[in-house]
Design a binder for this molecule. Structure first.
Ligand code: 16G
Length: 240
């Protein structure tokens, strides 16, 4: 099997070799986040590869989100987004604080009677109405997460009007979550999620479930997020 793998690798086109080598260098930190890659022409010369080969390898890594191309200034190693796992912030606030422009695409929205799972998570009685929306979250044009939120309809009666930030929309109604419980789990993106995020199927994702509470103890949201595992680091400070 090892031999077959090796000979398969030898048969792979040159751009595949280069793509894998660059990916390895990024994953090992030999190419640091934010670091600029030499221009295609120069890289080709250094490695004795054609410019087409270099361009194809780079295009693949851009597609994977490992490299970023900025118009006119070159190709850079993508920086991971480091996000607190212990602060109750919203996607929009968090990305705006980094100088990135957060956007949402509402893929689906509606309302209806809470499912047993929603009723349990939101602390509602069976049959209570909930607003639901499924959003693709992007920043600087890059898809970063898919989020499925359920909110008691009583708190968000005009859910279909939700365009931007959920938290901002709630805040405008005087509703502010003060505490949340989160659960984190590793997932592999299924075909549909991968397509929406523009990633390969089976790629790594971080599934995060958040139940956010109001000061009076009521649950305001039950959100199931799938963040890009290749783009996010979640950090938390621990105290003894
Ligand atoms: C974050 C929250 C999500 C919340 C959303 C609101 C995590 C893991 N999840 O993505 O629960 O619904 O922010 O963002 O942080 P918005 O106000 O921009 O809609």
């Amino acid at each position: 099997a090892e031999f077959r793998r090796q000979s398969a690798a030898q048969r792979a086109p040159a751009y595949q070799h280069l793509r894998r080598a660059l990916q390895h260098a990024i994953e090992q930190g030999a190419l640091a986040p934010g670091q600029a890659l030499p221009p295609e022409r120069e890289l080709g010369k250094q490695l004795a590869l054609s410019r087409v080969t270099v361009r194809k390898a780079i295009a693949g890594l851009v597609e994977d989100g490992l490299l970023l191309q900025r118009q006119g200034s070159g190709t850079f190693v993508a920086e991971r987004i480091v996000k607190s796992f212990s602060q109750l912030t919203s996607f929009s606030d968090d990305l705006r604080a980094r100088g990135l422009d957060p956007k949402s695409v509402v893929l689906d929205s509606g309302s209806g009677a809470a499912t047993p799972e929603e009723a349990m998570a939101l602390g509602l009685s069976p049959g209570a109405q909930v607003a639901r929306f499924y959003r693709l979250r992007t920043a600087a044009g890059q898809p970063l997460a898919l989020e499925r939120s359920s909110v008691p309809l009583a708190l968000l009666p005009d859910a279909e009007l939700l365009r931007g930030s959920l938290y901002a929309t709630l805040a405008a109604r005087g509703i502010r979550p003060v505490r949340a419980l989160q659960r984190l789990r590793a997932i592999a993106f299924d075909a549909e999620q991968a397509r929406l995020l523009g990633l390969p199927e089976g790629g790594p994702g971080l599934y995060i479930e958040r139940r956010a509470f109001l000061a009076d103890g009521a649950v305001v949201e039950f959100t199931r997020s799938c963040y890009r595992g290749d783009a996010y680091d979640f950090v938390a400070e621990l105290h003894a």
